[in-house]
Write a protein that binds this ligand. Structure first.
Ligand code: SAH
Length: 347
């Protein structure tokens, strides 16, 4: 497969232009075509010399996706299914907020973590996404007339575990932040992890800071290991230690996501345990009622249980929000992304 142009930093494109005997400003033109004009084919790159355009076309790829399918849910959530050049599928979800959209993107095709409640984990792991395949999701959705220029937040919370694809994910984040790239504010990007402790430590040492979300999902090791096998590798005390040490910017907080699963982790005593273990961590807590998946024994809790859980945390001084997932009718909600057409398209 040809190399994706979107995989490269500005400096790398300058090198590419130089090697091809082109003046240095060609790299800036390429960046403009990719990130401002959101060009999807080489024919659009009209201010580049035709010969070089042809060479680029033969040796590189501008569009990381072979095809795109869009589904729109009753609540206007949009799910994009992207076919990669090797035939794998990934999904992104564009969620309407009051004034703008939040875009949830994938970092791996499949996922190796096999969390008990998540459909992505059920299909297993295929491969890491390249930086350009991560960035390409944002550009493709920005290209969609329905959402253009109105994406204000990017969340790395789709398929896969971002910190297990560390180098490609951080390269993509740098290009999201770069002025000549997507030019997003670091406060508008959130990475969500199941708790890969070495990755969290490495991220804390980077020269950029983005928001960090941690999928807590349980009040103790027994329940967490049952729901999230990764807890056997990085148990709660290790994970919470890493959270305590994480270098937060002033007035920033770690977000803990906590899925409530009926009869598993939703009892009042569990809420009290959560309050105990998070003590001393500058954080907020997002409570997410489980999205049910076919063939899964797990169910969401009752409204009453959910409110009681929130109440206990609020009483203990935590900011705890109930987050209803959007897009469930088109399987676009958290834990429902599976790249479903994979089985249906005999390619
Ligand atoms: N691997 C990363 C990012 C992908 S999962 C992580 O674990 O954070 C994104 C979020 O979706 C996680 O908080 C996860 O706990 C949540 N999630 C997974 N399955 C879900 C389900 N069935 N219902 C509700 N949330 C779910």
């Amino acid at each position: 497969m040809n190399d994706l142009l979107l995989n490269h930093t500005f400096a790398e494109l300058q090198e590419l232009a130089k090697t091809a005997g082109q003046p240095a400003y060609r790299a800036r033109q390429l960046m403009e075509w990719m990130y401002q004009q959101r060009a999807a084919s080489f024919d659009e790159l009209t201010n580049l010399p035709k010969r070089w355009r042809e060479t680029l076309e033969q040796t590189t790829l501008l569009n990381p996706f072979r095809s795109t399918t869009t589904q729109v849910s009753a609540d206007q959530t949009r799910k994009y299914l992207f076919e990669l050049h090797d035939g794998r599928f990934i999904e992104s979800v564009c969620i309407p907020m009051k004034e703008h959209f939040t875009l949830c993107i994938s970092t791996q095709a499949g996922c190796p973590l096999a969390c008990a409640f998540c459909l992505t984990g059920k299909q297993g792991f295929f491969r890491n996404l390249q930086p350009g395949e991560i960035l390409g999701q944002i550009l493709a959705v920005q290209r969609d007339a329905a959402t253009t220029s109105r994406i204000s937040n990017i969340v790395l919370m789709g398929m896969g575990e971002p910190l297990l694809n560390y180098d490609n994910v951080t390269k993509a984040i740098r290009l999201m932040l770069a002025e000549e790239g997507l030019n997003f504010s670091n406060r508008k990007i959130t990475l969500s992890t199941a708790g890969i402790v070495p990755g969290m430590e490495k991220l804390g040492r980077e020269d950029f800071t983005i928001n960090l979300a941690v999928s807590l999902n349980a009040p103790n090791n027994a329940i967490r290991s049952q729901l999230m096998p990764i807890n056997n590798t990085y148990p709660l005390d290790m994970l919470l230690d890493a959270c305590r040490r994480y270098p937060l910017q002033e007035r920033r907080r770690i977000t803990f996501e906590y899925i409530l699963v009926d009869q598993v982790n939703d009892a009042p005593e569990h809420a009290r345990q959560v309050a105990d273990i998070l003590q001393g961590i500058r954080c907020k807590i997002n409570l997410i009622p489980l999205n049910a998946n076919p063939d899964s024994p797990y169910k969401p809790p009752s409204e009453q249980t959910l409110l009681a859980f929130q109440e206990i945390l609020a009483h203990r001084g935590y900011s705890a929000f109930i987050r209803a997932s959007k897009g469930a009718d088109i399987s676009a909600a958290c834990g429902q992304l599976s790249g479903k057409y994979q089985e249906r398209t005999p390619d």
